[in-house]
Design a protein around this ligand. Structure first.
Ligand SMILES: Cc1cc2nc3c(=O)[nH]c(=O)nc-3n(C[C@H](O)[C@H](O)[C@H](O)COP(=O)(O)OP(=O)(O)OC[C@H]3O[C@@H](n4cnc5c(N)ncnc54)[C@H](O)[C@@H]3O)c2cc1C
Length: 387
């Protein structure tokens, strides 16, 4: 039913991503991991190559290669540098959200600037200190002011918070309970009253910055409203469905890179007079990783394919993210084991892959939240079939 042999167009974008990853991302990955920083130059090059608008219509400055091409490209990018790649996946997600929910004027105003790198990248500001897995508990508020709004509150853990030129920000616009009364807004990075906090000290993905944001009575015009008042939660959930395909691909990139490195190492490393690849214990670890990653890759491509067909893909995107992040983590852990003591040092990149992949089990919905989404969707489908 599914044939994932890449089309010519998919080959083109994946080839572009692979070459960019080898030429630009891979040589800088270890240095960024050691010293941090925001990879502005790499992101500018990515924008030039069309990698900040992979699934965005050409009329808005994207390359319109589709969701499957997007997933395949992200795998290639993440193999080289997961930190730089996460800034790209979030920016692609923001460009897609504005394309889907923006008015024609908002689309024209913002999407070409996201794709071209004029905004550097886009940011997605949903989480707060007290509202992570349960974003409906947010306290950021937007109060009507003439024909616009005044935005106040704080967000936490915002990817590219240091440099993004445009944020989608969610705020409460009424006291309606739970997810009702939440509205999405477009906030420019230079908006007076926007304060970017200091980057968090993270376990991995040091090439990406993650910061708090403060909104000190930011005055927003009516053109900042994204979608309908009080319907912002749906915007966030639909964005995250697509975002989860990107995070699944990111986790796969880390897992595949670690497994490929471990294979090469196992063929070279001699113990007891043999390459360790001769030992079944090592062979089985590599076989398990290869099998689990391939299963997760197929789930990811299937979710992307459903998205591309315009069909429902909420459950499949959560399955893909759950499988790819958990199995990507297991594959990186096995790779460290295959390298033994060397795997635990910075001499080789597998410990970086392990640190970089860890957060894929947390952001854009933890593994526990993915299980909640999947079980809810399964129950819904059973109820529909039964009744
Ligand atoms: C590096 C990084 C980058 C990020 N980037 C962004 C970004 O760009 N934009 C953004 O908006 N957010 C971002 N986040 C935030 C991220 O999405 C949240 O951290 C995540 O959703 C989890 O929320 P939390 O950290 O508050 O954990 P909590 O919600 O406090 O969860 C803690 C634990 O409880 C579990 N748990 C919670 N509720 C349930 C439940 N109902 N059933 C079972 N278990 C449950 C969780 O699975 C987890 O194990 C980022 C986070 C990190 C670490």
């Amino acid at each position: 039913m599914y044939d994932f042999t890449p089309t010519e167009n998919q080959e083109l974008i994946v080839g572009t991503a692979r070459q960019f990853a080898a030429r630009t991302l891979a040589p800088r990955a270890a240095e960024l991991d050691a010293n941090g920083g925001f990879p502005r130059a790499s992101l500018a090059e990515a924008a030039e190559l069309g990698l900040l608008g992979i699934n965005v219509p050409e009329r808005l400055g994207g390359v319109e290669a589709g969701a499957v091409a997007y997933a395949l490209a992200v795998i290639e990018l993440a193999k080289a540098c997961a930190g730089t790649t996460v800034a790209m996946t979030v920016s692609n997600m923001v460009a897609e959200v504005v394309t889907k929910f923006g008015t024609p004027e908002q689309q024209q105003e913002h999407v070409p600037r996201l794709c071209s790198g004029e905004y550097v990248v886009g940011g997605f500001a949903l989480s707060e200190a007290g509202a992570g897995s349960d974003p409906a508990g947010m306290r950021t508020r937007a109060v009507p002011n003439g024909d616009g709004w005044v935005l106040s509150g704080q967000k936490l853990w915002i990817t590219s918070g240091t440099d993004a030129g445009l944020f989608v920000v969610w705020a409460r616009t009424s006291d309606a309970p739970g997810s009702q009364g939440i509205t999405a807004f477009l906030v420019r990075g230079d908006a007076p009253g926007l304060v970017r906090g200091k980057p968090e000290h993270k376990t991995g993905q040091h090439a990406s910055t993650t910061t708090p944001l403060e909104f000190n009575d930011i005055e927003l015009g009516p053109e900042a409203l994204l979608g309908e008042v009080g319907k912002g939660f749906r915007v966030a959930m639909m964005a995250l469905d697509g975002g989860r395909i990107g995070i699944a691909a990111l986790a796969l990139g880390c897992g595949l890179a670690a497994t490929e490195f471990a294979c090469g190492y196992a063929l070279e490393r001699q113990q007891f007079g043999h390459p360790i690849a001769d030992y079944q214990a090592i062979q089985w670890m590599l076989a398990d990783s290869a099998t689990e990653l391939e299963a997760a890759r197929l789930l990811t491509l299937r979710a992307a394919w459903l998205k591309e067909q315009g069909r429902s893909f909420t459950q499949e995107a959560s399955m893909a993210k759950l499988a790819a992040s958990e199995r990507g983590w297991a594959a990186c852990d096995r790779a460290v084991q295959v390298l033994g003591g060397f795997g635990y040092t910075r001499e080789f990149p597998v410990e970086r892959y392990l640190r970089d992949v860890r957060v894929t089990r947390i952001f854009e919905g933890t593994s526990e939240i993915q299980r909640i989404v999947i079980s809810r969707e399964i129950a819904r489908r059973f109820a529909r079939a039964a009744g």
